[in-house]
Design a protein around this ligand. Structure first.
Ligand code: NAP
Length: 558
């Protein structure tokens, strides 16, 4: 096969077109005939030797799309010829054939079940929307009938018994997986999810004797119309975290928490709820059918007055959602609401979407209403991170870039509220947020940008670190300012996660790919290079001249 490979580390010129033997898939692996490969900053790092010295001809390429060419032992659920997109943790995408772990391979259409292997298992269901992967044309990301489905961030859901019993989430039904340790069990009635029901105004609690809530809050089931031990949003109660104990009482507002004017805030972190048996019984939570919203971390309803949460979500008709505000369309003029991912976009999807989702949900613990600042805002990960943040409920999304031209492109293409030139950005962010700062900074740049990011944080704000594009030496950070200023530093690395928690990576990928397939998040492919010109693509990216997503056209998509 033809491949763009390097056998010594160095500049873009070390990438050469060579002939290599076709790889063979081992157990749990899938051989993909590559159509498109994404070009990523991580591949520049690979080429420069950041991941170690090459052992002979080395093919980089961390994501690709194409068609299944062969299946390794134990792989089920996809067939030869199926279109797929894949995250390739060990590289290999810059070649006519690439081997991908089945766990990180996602059918684009026409597959009838999960590609399953390696501990994470999906089974084909029996009805229309049971694909284990994601099918862009369809509106669902069904999950298996098997007993336990690991979801994002340790969520565990169990299969139910009727129409929509997925343990995970169903996009068309507007339910999304929870992150952060939420567990739901099948219960008995209408809106009893273990998490919460954003479409409804209540955060139902189980009928069981005690419900630990966030930070030690404990509620007990009561006896009447509003038996929640915690609170009923319709009753304007916001339970407290940190040792508050509430018991169901009698009239009016017997909660042990307190009752502000706002309607309700579900709790995050450690809820234990039991799902009901009808309508919306996901182990996580459900939104009103077709309605907007995503609630990572167990938080699912916005306070009154925050109105940006629907951007990017499914319309009430269940079709593709509204284009996030300010988005003018893709650079190549394609339809603004693709019913799924075409192979070209999918070639640059699996790594960037999974990373952006993982940084936001896993590392930064995004919650609806959060304000977010994205560095390298016009790039591959940055462009989708902005849209995902909005889809996950961010109220305002800001960005920084190196030039005014990129700022204009990012603003136009990805729905930012504002994009600043990086120099002096903390002042610009503070001015835009009336001095408060932002809740989350996504930082793949490093160096002085990383340090300055702390100055742009709101109380309890998180700087999520996931790259070193500036190639600045590592920082020596002081801890006292973290304490004294209520700051958080958090990190994300997909390679480490793929080794230690592959099911989490897979769940993040499925959630993010489903949003892309729905049209709520789009990959803006701005540049396409031939495989033989991979070095040119690296020059573009390495010099920071890229915008949106750059891909290599490797082989015939048909
Ligand atoms: N941790 C993980 O698991 C993970 C996974 C994937 C990607 N990443 C990281 O995410 C970041 C974005 O990756 P990507 O592939 O989507 O790349 P990208 O953002 O499309 O391109 C890299 C961008 O970095 C910015 N940059 C800042 N300083 C730079 C410098 N000195 N030289 C070159 N570029 C510089 C440039 O944007 P401006 O013009 O705005 O400065 C450039 O366009 C990278 O840092 C990458 O390592 C991390």
């Amino acid at each position: 096969m033809r491949a763009s490979a390097f056998k010594v580390t160095g500049g873009p010129e070390v990438l050469r077109l060579v002939d290599l033997p076709d790889p063979e898939p081992g157990p749990g692996e899938i051989l993909i005939r590559v159509a498109y490969a994404g070009v990523n900053y991580g591949e520049i790092q690979h080429r420069l030797g950041d991941f170690g010295e090459p052992d002979g001809e080395t093919v980089t390429g961390l994501e690709a799309s194409g068609r299944v060419a062969a299946l390794g032992e134990d792989v089920t659920g996809v067939s030869v010829g199926d279109p797929v997109t894949a995250y390739l943790p060990d590289g290999g995408g810059y070649a006519e054939y690439a081997v991908a772990p089945a766990t990180f391979t996602f059918p684009l259409a026409g597959a009838s079940a999960f590609a399953s292997a390696g501990g994470f298992e999906g089974r084909a269901g029996d009805s229309g929307r049971r694909e284990g992967g994601f099918v862009p044309g369809a509106s669902a990301v069904p999950l298996p009938d098997g007993p336990v489905v690991p979801l994002a961030g340790g969520v565990e859901g169990r299969a139910g018994d009727s129409g929509r019993r997925e343990g995970g989430f169903v996009l068309g039904d507007s339910a999304f997986p929870l992150a952060g340790g939420v567990g739901g069990r099948a219960g008995d009635s209408g809106g009893r999810q273990g998490g919460l029901v954003p479409g409804a105004s209540a955060v139902p609690l189980p009928d069981g004797p005690a419900v630990p809530l966030a930070g030690g809050f404990e509620g007990r089931a009561g006896d009447s119309g509003r038996p929640q031990g915690g609170f009923a949003p319709g009753d304007s109660v916001v339970p407290l975290a940190g040792g508050v104990e509430g018991r169901a009482g009698d009239p009016d507002r017997p909660q042990g928490g307190f009752a502000p004017a706002a309607s309700a805030f579900p709790l995050a972190g450690g809820e234990d709820g039991r799902a009901g048996d009808s309508d919306r019984r996901q182990g996580g939570f459900a939104l009103s059918p077709g309605g907007p919203g995503v609630a990572p971390g167990g938080i699912g309803r916005l306070p009154d007055g925050i109105d940006r949460r629907s951007a990017g979500f499914a319309s009430s008709s269940g079709g593709p959602g509204p284009v996030p505000e300010g988005i003018d369309g893709l650079s190549d003029g394609r339809d603004r609401r693709p019913a799924g991912l075409d192979l070209r976009s999918a070639g640059g999807a699996a790594l960037v979407l999974t990373t952006a989702y993982g940084v936001l949900v896993g590392a930064a613990r995004i919650a609806p209403g959060d304000t977010v600042l994205v560095h390298a805002a016009a790039g591959g990960v940055g462009g989708v991170a902005a849209q995902l943040a909005r889809a996950l409920g961010a109220s305002e999304v800001y960005g920084t870039v190196s030039t005014p031209e990129k700022a204009e492109y990012a603003r136009r293409s990805f729905g930012y509220d504002e994009v600043f030139v990086r120099e002096g950005f903390p002042e610009a962010v503070l001015a835009a947020t009336s001095g408060r700062g932002v809740d989350i900074v996504l930082d793949p740049v490093g160096g002085p940008t990383r340090l300055a990011s702390f100055e742009a944080l709101a109380p309890f704000g998180r700087v999520a670190v996931y790259g070193e594009a500036a190639r600045h030496p590592d920082l020596q950070l002081r801890v006292l300012p973290i304490w004294k200023n209520n700051r958080t530093l958090t990190g994300y690395n997909i390679g480490d996660l793929a080794r230690r928690a592959p099911a989490t990576v897979r769940a993040h990928a499925l959630a993010a790919l489903a949003l892309a397939a729905s049209g709520a998040v789009r990959i803006d492919v701005t540049e396409e290079y031939a495989l033989a010109d991979a070095a040119e693509a690296h020059r573009l990216l390495g010099e920071g001249r890229n915008r949106g997503k750059v891909v290599l056209a490797v082989g015939d998509p048909a």
